[in-house]
Design a protein around this ligand. Structure first.
Ligand SMILES: Cc1cc2nc3c(=O)[nH]c(=O)nc-3n(C[C@H](O)[C@H](O)[C@H](O)COP(=O)(O)OP(=O)(O)OC[C@H]3O[C@@H](n4cnc5c(N)ncnc54)[C@H](O)[C@@H]3O)c2cc1C
Length: 337
């Protein structure tokens, strides 16, 4: 096992708090690395990040490379690109993964360009396998899997010729594993020279907006689609979610129709959810919507059309008008509590 054979994850942090997607990626990296008997490494850039680095090891990280400096406290593109590029060059991992967050989407292409390697954006799955061309067989290549052509096909993309193979991955699609406190790994500080010429921008003020919608962490999601009919009718969806202590979701068409804000969108271009219960009301069940909810533990669908594709993934289907069915649900649940 050498570091040259590692699967590396760029770990995003803010004020020393590691982004959830980075932990999700470490768990996936561990799974990929185990398949090819490789190590998992992480690169963490920031200020005072020792504790954050140590917190990653129980998820199966063998080495966390830290670039720690006061002027790296918050993400700025040029110094972060330099720091991560140098760490990648030094340790030559086979694969580098980034969360498809605003930071990851900004940083990963800069590193791909600096290293002259490929990058697949917004992956929803990653696998390891062989790839054959007319000339040769490449073994243990990263399959970078993502929807393409408006979600109508699932494309598997490979970049076997140049290393590292790099991908950004959607938040919430990789499952987190339980940490193992006994896992042995190490934090390795890296000394990367970052001259003043790299600090071309300065953060003067940071404004944080609290996320009011927490779809990703919700145990119950009640989602409405175009079938809800109007913004006023969407109150029914809010009421049912409230009674169940859940969060409100929506199809993209319902968001586009102005029934509810974009933060509520579930699906390929919205949030991926995996609640214990997902109730889809007046949602047809397009591939793009299902991509964000079909791993929910239980799915109830309410739709007037018995042929609606949502019924293919539902555990319980109710063929009926949601304006009649949802108030009955609300009444029944209210009576229970
Ligand atoms: C690149 C791309 C990305 C996309 N990303 C997403 C995404 O992230 N999320 C997403 O959701 N979509 C996404 N879409 C859009 C997607 O293709 C569908 O257009 C959308 O999901 C449809 O939303 P809907 O089910 O609410 O509407 P419709 O498909 O119009 O379905 C409405 C449903 O309501 C039912 N209905 C009507 N009246 C009632 C009633 N009174 N009671 C019960 N049922 C009723 C109808 O039978 C129908 O099945 C994307 C599309 C593209 C091209």
């Amino acid at each position: 096992m050498t570091t040259k054979n590692s699967v590396m994850v760029f770990v995003q942090q803010d004020d020393g708090n590691v982004a959830e997607v980075s932990v999700e990626l470490i768990c996936k990296a561990r799974e990929l690395a185990d398949r090819v008997k490789a190590q998992v490494s992480a690169v963490l850039v920031g200020s005072g990040v020792q504790k954050a680095a140590e917190s990653l090891i129980p998820y199966g990280v063998d080495r966390v490379y830290t670039v720690d400096s006061r002027n790296l406290a918050h993400y700025t593109p040029v110094p972060y690109t330099k720091a991560v590029t140098e760490v990648v060059k030094k340790h030559s991992p086979q694969i580098v993964l980034y969360g498809a967050t605003t930071t990851g989407r900004d940083l990963a292409p800069r590193i791909a360009s600096a290293l002259r390697v490929g990058l697949t954006a917004d992956c929803t799955d990653l696998q390891i396998g062989d790839h054959q061309t007319k000339e040769q067989t490449y073994e243990n290549i990263l399959y970078q899997i993502r929807p393409a052509f408006g979600g109508n096909i699932i494309a598997t993309i490979v970049s076997p010729e140049r290393k590292p193979q790099m991908a950004t991955v959607r938040e919430g699609v990789m499952k987190m594993r339980e940490p193992d406190p006994a896992y042995k790994g190490e934090v390795v500080p890296e000394n990367i020279e970052l001259g003043p010429e790299l600090f071309t921008s300065e953060i003067i003020e940071r404004v944080k907006e609290e996320k009011l919608v927490n779809l990703k962490g919700a145990q119950v999601v009640v989602a409405g689609g175009v079938g809800v009919g109007s913004k006023e009718n969407f109150a029914l969806i809010h009421q049912l979610a409230h009674v169940l202590g859940g969060e409100v979701g929506a199809s993209r068409a319902a968001v586009d129709a102005g029934y509810v804000g974009k933060d509520h969108q579930v699906g390929q271009t919205g949030t991926t959810v995996r609640p214990r219960l997902y109730i889809a009301c007046g949602i047809s069940g397009s591939v793009q919507h299902r991509a964000g909810m079909d791993e929910s533990a239980r799915i109830i669908a309410i739709n007037t059309d018995p042929e609606a594709p949502i019924f293919q993934v539902a555990n319980y289907g109710i063929v009926g008008d949601l304006k009649e069915v949802v108030p009955r649900f609300i009444k029944a649940f209210r009576a229970k509590v």
